[in-house]
Design a protein around this ligand. Structure first.
Ligand code: ADP
Ligand code: MG
Length: 255
């Protein structure tokens, strides 16, 4: 396996997500202040930071699960629409994988994966199922296509959730602590699938406490604290010589 950044200045694609001066408050609590972040096509950005620093809120704003109070967010050059069909279309371009697996309990793995394409994209059922099986194979759960979530391990469920995100052919996938709810023995299999996606060139924003993954798979590490981005840089630079005391304290606790 190749280690380290796989996107260099020369191979880096166009800006895919541009977060510009974004602010977000809940009541009078400011959860995000003056966030600027650009994610380029093919890039893997790992977001780390203490609990409560605004990582999930940032992901939710990018996917417009939250409104923003100031600034703007563009996906592939287009500003996020307020609502309606335009929002649904744009949101379909941004896949999301959450901490809790969020699969539909009364649907099989394959049905979970084909639901979006058939309902949102209008893909014919046959084509959606063919592609769904390919994707389940790709994440290593092809044999479980007919199983219900309750019959799958946490690691298998999360891999189905990744296949479900991929089924919409998103331009980028946001992962919000995808392994935090897993029993330890299942973490590696999910991180391996994510590392493979990264190698295949998928654009990814990954919130995680898995520092080994960050070091191995990230092109760039973003460190958040108190609703702001305090540092960002190549993983080796960040982990070996963090510039802020906040980052040093954080790394001392998690490494
Ligand atoms: P992280 O993901 O880094 O742990 P979050 O983005 O979940 O942090 O939360 C950032 C801050 O915003 C926290 O203090 C949290 O309590 C607050 N917060 C998040 N969502 C809401 C909400 N819907 N209502 C009120 N406060 C919220
Ligand atoms: Mg969070």
């Amino acid at each position: 396996m190749t280690e380290g950044p796989h996107v260099t200045e020369s191979t880096r694609g166009k800006p895919l997500i541009v977060v510009d001066g974004v602010e977000k408050s809940f009541g009078d609590f400011r959860a995000l202040h003056a966030i600027d972040l650009t994610v380029h096509s093919g890039e893997v950005v790992v977001v780390i930071g203490p609990s409560g620093s605004g990582k999930s809120t940032l992901c939710r704003c990018i996917n417009r699960l939250e409104t923003i109070d100031a600034g703007q967010i563009t996906i592939d050059g287009r500003q996020l629409p307020e609502e309606g069909r335009a929002l649904a279309r744009l949101r379909a371009e941004v896949g999301m994988v959450f901490q809790a697996f969020n699969l539909f309990a009364h649907k099989t793995a394959l049905e979970n994966v084909t639901l979006g394409p058939t309902k949102v994209r209008g893909t014919p059922r046959n084509a959606a199922e063919r592609r769904g099986r390919e994707l389940l194979d790709r994440v290593g759960v092809g044999a479980k296509a007919g199983s219900y979530p309750a019959e799958l391990s946490g690691g298998q469920q999360q891999r189905v959730a990744i296949a479900r995100a991929l089924a919409m052919d998103p331009k980028v996938i946001l992962f919000d602590e995808p392994t935090s709810a897993l029993d330890p023995e299942y973490i590696a299999e999910v991180l391996d699938v994510m590392a493979e996606l990264a190698r295949d060139g998928m654009t990814m924003v990954v919130v995680t406490h898995e520092m080994g993954f960050a070091r191995r798979a990230a092109d760039r590490v973003v460190f958040m604290a108190d609703g702001g981005i305090l540092e960002e840089g190549a993983p080796a630079d960040f982990f070996d010589s963090p510039r802020t005391q906040r980052a040093r304290d954080f790394l001392a606790r998690v490494l």
